[in-house]
Ligand binder design. Structure first.
Ligand code: BTN
Length: 326
């Protein structure tokens, strides 16, 4: 009920009468009054004026199921939300739910991860109260070979969502790191379960540094947070809802051609590696070249010194700028 009340208060132009809420939700005035008081206890500033009703003045940076449900403005992405104060890893939970048959678009979010996972077997530090940890479960009807492009769809959606909510000028370090002022703001880990020619499910997990005042010493040279860059506290639920909305739109464009044709230009506009010298580090070979941007399959096009153009597939290499992380 709290989620519905929050949604009504946010959508209402000014005051929403208690009676209107009772009629729509089919509950008593006392029940509404109690729910509003619980919201106040959680940090929402709700004004109650006799004969006019309720009006929401300010929402805190809380991530709860009710808050997420009330913010979501999508058809399917994030419509089924599971929220945990503490979890091992939202990707692990999303994969379990994928096995158990959870629907396309299920979102798992948490405030703290005890075993957050990064790419290449690394761990993802996941302190509570300041970051976004979430995993989206999808069931695309596409060949498994096309699935890596979904990571780029999420990178683009996350960059757009962050830009919209924070005003930060974010960029993408191909294929899927979100960067602000040359430092990493967010990372994406995509995992999937497939048969030879069929995808059971894909889990796209994303970790975003939002409200940390400072980064841990060991990563402060290469990582940053929205707060460090803007000096402001950002409501995490707003960012999550915005990314879900962008992902839904971008995913539907992706499905039309099952590649990045429709998103390539937008993505290339944000790619920090574009028109830069890059170092490509493969399992057993390394070379330098000039990055031209991605093609419609999401592969980075790199012009080598001899003038030939090589397509780099995201799974096989890591890309470095010539002088550091970007
Ligand atoms: C990277 O190494 O850049 C990817 C980091 C991905 C971290 C996110 S946090 C939410 C989700 N759950 C995990 O365990 N990992 C991803």
């Amino acid at each position: 009920m709290k989620a519905e009340i929050l949604k009504m208060l946010r959508e209402g132009e000014s005051y929403v009468s208690g009676q209107q809420i009772c009629d729509i939700l089919g509950v008593s005035r006392t029940a509404v009054w109690k729910a509003v008081n619980q919201l106040k206890d959680e940090g929402y500033q709700v004004e109650a004026v006799r004969n006019r009703g309720y009006h929401i003045l300010e929402s805190p940076d809380v991530v709860t199921k009710e808050e997420l449900v009330s913010m979501m403005d999508t058809k399917w992405a994030g419509q089924n939300v599971c929220y945990f104060d503490k979890i091992d890893s939202t990707n692990i939970r999303a994969k379990q739910m994928g096995e158990e048959g959870a629907p396309h678009g299920t979102l798992i979010a948490a405030d703290y991860q005890g075993a957050g996972r990064g790419r290449r077997g690394r761990m993802w530090e996941s302190p509570s109260g300041s970051s976004i940890y979430m995993s989206l479960l999808i069931r695309p009807d596409i060949p498994p070979l096309n699935a890596p492009m979904l990571t780029l769809v999420m990178a683009l959606s996350a960059a757009d969502g962050l830009k919209e909510c924070t005003g930060l000028d974010v960029q993408i370090k191909w294929p899927n790191d979100i960067v602000a002022n040359g430092k990493k703001l967010a990372g994406i880990l995509t995992e999937m379960s497939t048969e030879i020619d069929y995808i059971n499910y894909v889990v796209i997990g994303i970790g975003i540094n939002v409200n940390m005042r400072e980064m841990q010493k060991d990563i402060e040279e290469t990582a940053t947070s929205v707060r460090i860059e803007t000096g402001q506290v950002t409501r995490r639920s707003e960012v999550i809802a915005s990314i879900m909305k962008k992902f839904e739109e971008n995913y539907e464009k992706f499905l039309e051609t099952q590649d990045l044709q429709a998103l390539q230009e937008q993505y290339n506009h944000l790619v920090i590696n574009k028109n830069k010298e890059v170092r490509i580090l493969g399992a057993n070979k390394e070379f330098t070249g000039y990055a031209l941007g991605i093609n419609e399959k999401g592969e980075l096009q790199v012009k080598k010194e001899d003038g030939t153009i090589k397509s780099i597939f995201s799974g096989e290499v890591s890309v470095r700028g010539m002088y550091g992380y970007v």
